[in-house]
Design a binder for this molecule. Structure first.
Ligand code: PEP
Ligand code: MG
Length: 562
């Protein structure tokens, strides 16, 4: 496997990387062909050996880990040796189950008990499932699943990465991320950009094209991956990197076009740590705090006190700079255990976002109470709050009333549905502002699942139909005098950012790592050019022509920023 090979996917986080590949092993389920247990003692010993190996592996990793992950790893190792769990497995074996089925069923029984106890014990269910997956892999003679421990900086290669896995990656050791599956607006892609790690998704064939440690070169801007790159490939990549650095040089301060039309440049964040990190950067606040990212692996709803603490910390990080907090957007690809309304045929069209909190109203009330308390704790803050997935005026009214009731001064909505976009003047007569979520707006306008990589061309925000939706939203903003921002991934594309500004958007929120390129792009163009780009793009017949039309009007240096 030393042949040079070039593969293309979707670039989702700009920047270049080269280094050895490190595989993320997927979890495997029950072995459906395994025989029922004929000798409980022998099989019981096999399972005990597997669990011992899992515990030993975790203990070994704990020895090299930092404080907080050390504790988690040690606690998980202890759980692998839990006598109650082992007894439960013996019982399943006695019932005639095969070894992997016995592990799965016993773990499920144990998980139910932990959930019932609640609190800290319920939180351990995630660890329990981790043990189940590791022991199952061992029993099947396969490698344990998950992100490997990296002994040197590497490029991670995975079929796909769960958001929870991506969120915990070590930035110093992960040079880049390449996945076989995923789409430009999947939450894994979003998190990679959030971490500032160059990344390409939907790179078809990547997992078959290499083995662990195969050298890789990656351009996360254009989505190019070179397997076994030559010396000149690496040089070319470095040259791209240099040109980009040059184009970015001197980009600092407030966002504005060449002729001074101001555009606020904001960060998308998902945790208090993201906020602390983004706040040290040259940007004007946060335009999207995805609060559900705080709770992805939580079994229990967070308390008001706990939430207040987190929100207070985020507000403190940004001082007087704007912070736009989005209320819980659970459902579809961001399921939260404590906000689960049961299986749905079409979760993306189901009870997600504001719809879910209308059913589970206490979740919204607790969150707004916590936000109001955080604002009181940091009176100098500029807190804006918005609800996700709003489709009707009634939903907007419901949310705005709740915000007013607890004294939150700025209550807005996200425009993610065509319904909200084409009736934007109506929803904006109620809400104080709107922020366009181009990821979902593309998904719902084009009726194309944002998680399905093959649909990437349909999901492009360059689709003239999506641009028309954005234009309609901005017209509603004009008619009501309300602020329109963009917080979907489109805002972080330097060329698209110009078109959005031309359409009338006055703030752009994106992964913090993308701010400097967008700022540099704005500085290269005057507002009139942005408007012209927008007109041409909306009038184009397809996505490619829309992008080409904008690019033709762009300064040549812009290409180095893409
Ligand atoms: C969006 O849909 O564009 C958005 C910003 O929300 P999320 O990506 O979290 O769904
Ligand atoms: Mg969305």
């Amino acid at each position: 496997m030393t042949d040079r090979k070039v593969l293309y996917g979707i670039g989702v986080s700009a920047g270049t990387a080269s280094g050895p590949a490190a595989f993320v092993t997927p979890a495997v389920g029950i072995d459906h062909d395994e025989p029922a247990s004929a000798d409980v003692e022998v099989d019981g010993q096999r399972v005990r050996d597997a669990l011992d190996q899992v515990a030993a592996g975790l203990t070994e990793r704990a020895a090299h880990a930092t404080d907080s992950s050390k504790q988690i790893l040690e606690a998980t190792a202890a759980l692998a040796k839990d006598r109650g769990l082992v007894k439960g497995i013996d019982k399943e074996l006695k019932n005639g189950k095969g070894v992997t089925a016995a592990v799965h069923d016993a773990v499920e029984v144990y998980a139910k008990k932990l959930r019932k106890i609640g609190g800290y014990m319920a939180e351990r269910v995630t660890d329990l499932y981790d043990i189940r997956d590791r022991a199952t892999a061992r029993l099947r003679g396969l490698p344990e699943p998950g992100v490997p421990d990296l002994s040197e900086p590497s490029v991670l290669v995975a079929h796909d990465l769960a958001p929870a896995e991506t969120a915990t990656l070590d930035r110093d050791m992960v040079l880049g991320i390449v996945t076989e599956a995923g789409g430009a607006t999947s939450h894994t892609a979003i998190l990679a950009a959030q971490l500032g790690i160059p990344a390409a998704v939907k790179v078809t064939g990547i997992t078959e094209s290499l083995i662990d440690a195969t050298p890789l070169a990656l351009d996360g801007g254009v989505g190019e991956v070179i397997v076994n790159p030559s010396a000149s490939d690496v040089e070319e990549l470095e040259e791209r990197s240099r040109r980009r650095a040059q184009a970015l040089a001197g980009s600092s301060g407030e966002g504005a076009t060449k002729d001074g039309h101001k555009v606020k440049l904001l960060a998308n964040i998902g945790t208090a740590a993201d906020a602390a990190n983004a706040a040290t950067m040259d940007l004007e606040g946060s335009g999207l705090f995805r609060t559900e990212f705080l709770f992805l692996d939580r079994e229990q709803a967070p308390t008001v006190e706990e939430q207040t603490e987190t929100y207070t910390s985020v507000l403190k990080s940004f001082g007087e700079r704007r912070v736009v907090v989005r209320t819980l957007d659970a459902g579809a690809d961001k399921p939260l255990a404590f906000a689960d309304l049961g299986p749905e045929e079409n979760p993306a069209l189901g009870q997600r976002g504001v719809r879910l909190t209308q059913v589970r109203e206490e979740l919204m009330d607790d969150q707004l109470a916590a936000l109001a308390a955080a604002r009181e704790a940091v009176p100098s803050s500029d807190l804006w709050v918005m609800a996700p997935m709003v489709a009707t005026v009634d939903e907007a009214q419901w949310f705005v009333d709740k915000c007013r009731a607890v004294g939150l001064p700025k209550a807005g909505i996200m425009v993610e549905t065509p319904a909200a976009a084409i009736r934007s003047a109506n929803v904006l007569s109620i809400a104080d502002f709107a922020s366009i979520g181009t990821n979902d707006l593309s998904q719902y306008t084009m009726a194309a699942d944002r998680l399905q990589g093959e649909l990437a061309p349909l999901l492009s925000p360059w689709q003239p139909a999506v641009l028309s939706m954005i234009r309609e939203t901005c017209r509603g903003g004009d008619a009501t005098g309300k602020h329109i921002g963009v917080c979907g991934e489109a805002g972080g594309d330097p060329l698209m950012a110009l078109v959005l500004v031309g359409l009338g958007v006055s703030s752009l929120s994106m992964a913090p790592s993308k701010v400097s390129a967008v700022r540099a792009a704005l500085r290269l163009h005057d507002f009139e050019t942005c408007k012209q780009m927008a007109n041409y793009a909306v009038d184009a017949v397809n996505a490619k022509e829309a992008r080409d039309a904008a690019l033709r009007l762009a300064d040549p240096v812009l290409r180095d920023l893409l």
